[in-house]
Design a binder for this molecule. Structure first.
Ligand SMILES: Nc1ncnc2c1ncn2[C@@H]1O[C@H](COP(=O)(O)OP(=O)(O)OP(=O)(O)O)[C@@H](O)[C@H]1O
Ligand SMILES: [Mg+2]
Length: 311
């Protein structure tokens, strides 16, 4: 898949602090790319560098179709808290922003109602921003980004401070924008949210990139890792002694899991192996599965593992 952005050894020092430390990775076109990491791990720094809000110390970044180390005109970002005029009504404010960006009046007239509708703010078009909830302000911010019809949207902690309903609204909006073919890069510390919306997740710690993984979009679960699919099997408990050597000869490795029912085992299949083939193999040896299910690899588990295992 083509990349919209490539980073190569991207590094940023703020005085004596190395905020970003030699990060190299590629962001595929059309991805919803989550940047995860504890406070101070360099997420905002990375987003600031690639949008030209801060200057890199060393290394490079390159956006598709523009020269190296140059922000791309196809990218729109909310990195700092959006700074809107509190007294201006939502529609007027969008019109004002659109004028500043040089969009013509006809375009403004057709686009503004469409964008307000898209972010679920049609009813609030004539209300001043100071009367908006935090979630409404976030969605308004996204509408403002969309004025320029960017191919890439960058959102720093888009669900920060939102209640569960607000989080769901932003989630749906992100999924909708992704379905339109836009690439989304977002920083978040909400693992669960990243898991729900992202196709890829990168983990930063103290400015260093610990891990980048692709998540599977299919609802059946699985992580899409090269490590192979995680499945849960169930047999009559008395069959367990016979099950383990057979799993071994199929190349499926049992994994530790908590809270399983009796007779249930979680195993990781070899990369490319198929759960149906495992079922056929076991029934050929007179082990009949009462239960077979893909298990979603919890991002939280791998995130915590990655953070624990590296300095
Ligand atoms: N403008 C700045 N001047 C000095 N130090 C900075 C500046 N911006 C960031 N830093 C430092 O760089 C490091 C990375 O900060 P950054 O804001 O990128 O982290 P983050 O992952 O976005 O954190 P958070 O989850 O809290 O938003 C921190 O140690 C921070 O104190
Ligand atoms: Mg930040």
């Amino acid at each position: 898949m083509e990349s919209v952005l490539r980073l190569s050894g991207l590094t940023k020092n703020y005085g004596g602090i190395r905020a970003l430390d030699g990060v190299s990775m590629a962001i595929p076109q059309g991805a919803v790319f989550g940047l995860l990491g504890p406070n101070g791990s360099g997420k905002t720094t990375l987003l600031s560098l690639i949008t030209g809000l801060a200057h890199r110390t060393s290394g490079s970044f390159i956006w598709q179709s523009v020269p190296e180390n140059t922000p791309s005109p196809d990218v729109a970002a909310i990195i700092e808290k959006p700074n809107f005029l509190p007294k201006l009504r939502a529609a007027e404010q969008l019109s004002h922003i659109a004028r500043l960006r040089g969009l013509g009046e006809a375009h403004r007239r057709s686009e503004i109602p469409r964008l307000l509708e898209k972010v679920g703010l049609s009813q609030a078009a004539d209300r001043p921003l100071q009367a908006f909830s935090l979630g409404m302000k976030q969605r308004f911010g996204i509408a403002a980004l969309l004025l320029s019809d960017p191919r890439v949207l960058i959102l720093d902690e888009p669900t920060n401070g939102l209640d569960p309903q607000g989080i769901i609204e932003i989630r749906h909006l992100i999924l909708q924008l992704a379905a339109e073919g836009r690439t989304i890069i977002l920083a978040s510390h909400l693992l669960d949210e990243v898991e729900k919306v992202c196709t890829h997740a990168a983990i930063l710690k103290q400015g260093r990139l610990l891990d980048v993984r692709e998540m599977r979009a299919d609802s059946a679960g699985g992580s899409g890792e090269a490590a192979g699919m995680l499945v849960e099997l169930g047999v009559a408990p008395e069959q367990l002694p016979a099950l383990f050597p057979l799993l071994d000869s199929f190349g499926a490795k049992p994994e530790a899991a908590t809270g399983l029912l009796p007779g249930r085992v979680q195993v990781r299949l070899k990369p490319g192996a198929d759960p149906a083939a495992l079922n056929r193999f076991l029934s050929g040896h007179e082990i009949y599965l009462a239960h077979l299910q893909h298990v979603h690899d919890r991002l939280e588990t791998s995130f915590l593992k990655a953070l624990e295992n590296r300095p």
